[in-house]
Ligand binder design. Structure first.
Ligand code: SAH
Length: 349
């Protein structure tokens, strides 16, 4: 925020074209201009002045009531191995979040953050170290996709909400982000090209099912038994595995969409044959897909990666649909939260 006046300005980039239209009508302007404005915003203009088909009077009026502050690149790292690009963005209030651009055969994927920090406290995760600072606005989530595309010159076709933060905790802003990014006059990214990952907020999974979206829901399961899962993920003490699986089952029945389960394999913690068996049992009734993630080492942590291939084979032998996630950007701290954490450390906080 540059000055106090900005505080009262509204966030136009979080508004849908229909809402911009209503505003325009309320000030006696033509509704159709909303489409023009929304297009400019989608293109990533840095100010209202750049909207050359909008009258000067209206541009000034908009500028007095709304802000457009593009995020600034604080750090950018590109992997020499696979071209993955990691961005650390500075937001309007000085906070920082990360996003990652991953290049796959099926298209470019942006991994975006939904909160500044995280309060879920999963012991293996770099995003959660210093707690939750605040939720991101819808436009701050959208800007990560938009400016990753603009900066890299790479068209983004897929989005994963797998960066910093718990998206279902920031429910309303995330839903609004989905509407914006999916809008036919906006970035127009289809719901089937979007994955949303959650640590398992069961009531919010129920709520999400009401929207009946075609996105892919990913659940960070990481252990099939309460004893292990509670040690890894504090959320499990609130909603245990049985409750989580029952929410997943209801979600699957309501939406007809298969759920993906993330499983960060940790040596000697969640990789035993018994745990594979238990996991297979959980997956059976809902045809869940298990995505095994080789654990990313975090500095100072005793946890070590397990043998992902062996665990996958065990699951496949029991008829479970399981894959090992390809590791991208391993040379550039591309796992979520690592860059923000490193930068904060280097800056001494
Ligand atoms: N809060 C949401 C979104 C984060 S998605 C969630 O928990 O799902 C990021 C994924 O990477 C999650 O599955 C998370 O558990 C996983 N993850 C975090 N740290 C990891 C690490 N060190 N190694 C492997 N996976 C990790």
């Amino acid at each position: 925020m540059q000055n106090a006046e900005k505080e009262i300005k509204r966030d136009i980039k979080s508004m849908l074209p229909e809402e911009i239209g209503e505003y325009l009508v309320s000030i006696g302007e033509k509704k159709f201009r909303a489409g023009q404005i929304f297009k400019w915003l989608t293109m990533g203009v840095g100010s209202f002045d750049e909207m050359s088909n909008i009258s000067k009077a209206l541009r000034e009026r908009l500028d007095s009531e709304f802000y457009i502050v593009p995020p600034k690149v604080i750090r950018k790292q590109q992997s020499a191995i696979d071209g993955t690009i990691k961005y650390l963005w500075q937001l309007r209030d000085g906070n920082a979040v990360e996003s990652v651009l991953m290049k796959y055969e099926h298209g470019n994927t942006a991994c975006v953050s939904s909160q500044v920090g995280c309060r879920q406290g999963c012991i293996f995760c770099a995003s959660t170290g210093s707690g939750l600072v605040r939720n991101l606005t819808a436009s701050e989530i959208l800007d990560q996709v938009r400016y990753t595309e603009l900066d890299s010159g790479e068209k983004i076709s897929n989005i994963v909400l797998m960066g910093i933060g718990e998206p279902l905790e920031n429910f309303d802003n995330v839903m609004r982000f989905l509407q914006l990014v999916n809008h036919k006059d906006g970035m127009n990214i289809g719901m089937r090209h979007i994955s949303l990952s959650t640590c398992g907020l069961t009531e919010r999974i129920d709520k999400l099912s009401e929207y009946d979206l075609q996105l892919t829901l990913s659940i960070s399961l990481h252990a099939p038994d309460d004893e292990t899962r509670s040690k890894l993920m504090p959320i499990n003490k609130k909603h245990n595995v049985a409750q989580l699986m029952s929410a997943c089952r209801a979600y699957y029945e309501k939406t007809g969409r298969r759920i993906s389960f993330e499983y960060a394999l940790i040596d000697g913690v969640n990789d035993s044959p018994e745990q594979a068996k238990l996991l297979a049992k959980l997956m059976k009734p809902i045809g869940g897909h298990v995505n095994i993630i080789p654990l990313n080492n975090i500095e100072g942590s005793p946890l070590k990666p397990g043998d992902a291939k062996a665990f996958m084979n065990r699951l496949c032998d029991m008829g479970v649909n399981a894959t090992v996630r390809r590791r991208l950007g391993s040379d550039i701290d591309a796992a979520c939260g690592q860059l923000r954490r490193k930068t904060a450390k280097e800056n001494g906080n």
